[in-house]
Write a protein that binds this ligand. Structure first.
Ligand code: UFG
Length: 325
């Protein structure tokens, strides 16, 4: 008897990689997505339900076949955009999640893995961030994710909902061999922008700020491969079989790389120089974000496979050199 997982946002970047990983591990998959930012071409695993989290009566269709657990990736996720349009972020991310939780309750579904973010920490006061670090988001995106985490804690208490919130650091890479990869419009993320500059596709690459208090003045991030994120979701789902409550885990490699280090690594992989110019700092960027992910390792048995930045960039390069969409 196979476990049926509903993947909300399964046509998006991280959700599609999770749908792929679930299908390959023998799970039955349904994808709920309205294709507002996701891609029809990424709907390759399981059946598709064209529902909208902001239209609660469209959600029941996703539960017609009994659902055992939900993974929830469907959200707005750009820090800068959230600062400019906070109502959009609270509506999609908080109200949308509440509608999903209520639909799960109507249909008796008691397990959820939720996409959270390192942005819940705000400006960290330590070089490496553990889950016990104070949460104090500096943008509406991070605040919206933290509000959902709070709802999940209350739902565990009141209704016995079991959940894991996974706080991703910087997702990167692709499963190009499976025909999926990162494709945002507009693209704002560093690694895709660097690789598209290498291919001569994007306008000139800009480095946002070179006067931070870091190794070379540029921002430092912890890049984690999207398939390692997918693996953590499946482990979290299995862990909830035996673990009640609402839980939070960081997901990162524990190693930080500066923007310039990313550009240099990409130059080695692409075999060409990547020109860039230095631009002013981007609003809302913390100088350094590096994860302590010991809890995911010890409790979920999670061991990232893509621990070298070169391997993460190389997998993204395979996708961007010949993207399927
Ligand atoms: N950067 C550039 N040039 C670019 C793009 C990015 O210099 O063209 C810099 C940014 O200023 C930042 C770093 O590269 O210093 C990484 O930027 P990204 O946009 O790739 O990623 P962020 O760290 O801003 O945000 C990502 C996700 C968020 C999540 C966060 C958690 O987009 O959803 O990681 O660490 F909250």
């Amino acid at each position: 008897d196979s476990c049926h997982v509903l993947v909300c946002g399964g046509a998006g970047y991280i959700g599609a990689h999770a749908a792929y990983a679930l299908a390959h591990q023998g799970f039955e998959v349904s994808v709920l997505d309205n294709l507002s930012t996701g891609h029809r071409e990424a709907l390759r695993w399981g059946r598709w339900v064209a529902a909208d989290l902001l239209k609660p009566d469209t959600l029941d269709a996703a539960f017609e076949r009994p659902v055992d657990a939900v993974m929830h990736f469907a959200a707005r996720s750009l820090v800068g955009e959230s600062v400019a349009a906070p109502y959009d972020y609270y509506r999609h991310n908080v109200v949308g999640s509440l509608n999903l939780l209520q639909a799960m309750q109507r249909h008796g579904v008691g397990r959820l893995v939720f996409s959270s973010t390192a942005a819940v920490y705000g400006e960290p006061d330590s070089a490496s961030i553990g889950e016990a670090h104070r949460t104090d988001p500096i943008n509406p995106y991070g605040a919206s994710k933290l509000m959902v985490e709070r709802m999940l804690a209350d739902a565990a208490q009141a209704y016995g909902l079991r959940s894991v919130s996974l706080r991703y650091f910087n997702a990167a890479g692709a499963a190009a061999h499976a025909g999926i990869g990162e494709s945002h419009y507009p693209e704002t993320h560093l690694i895709p922008n660097v690789l598209r500059a290498a291919l001569g596709e994007a306008q000139a690459l800009q480095v946002f700020g070179d006067d931070y208090d870091t190794v070379d003045g540029t921002c430092v991030r912890d890049y984690i491969h999207v398939l390692d994120l997918a693996d953590a979701h499946i482990r979290a789902l299995r862990w909830l079989d035996t673990t009640p409550g609402a839980h939070r885990f960081n997901l990162g490699n524990g190693q930080g790389f500066s923007v310039l280090q990313v550009i240099r690594a990409a130059e080695a992989i692409a075999g060409r120089r990547i020109p860039y110019s230095v631009a002013p700092r981007r609003a809302g960027d913390p100088p350094v974000l590096v994860a302590a992910s010991d809890a995911a390792r010890s409790l979920l048995g999670w061991v990232p496979r893509y621990t070298r930045l070169e391997d993460i960039i190389d997998s993204a390069w395979q996708w961007h050199s010949a993207p399927a969409f």
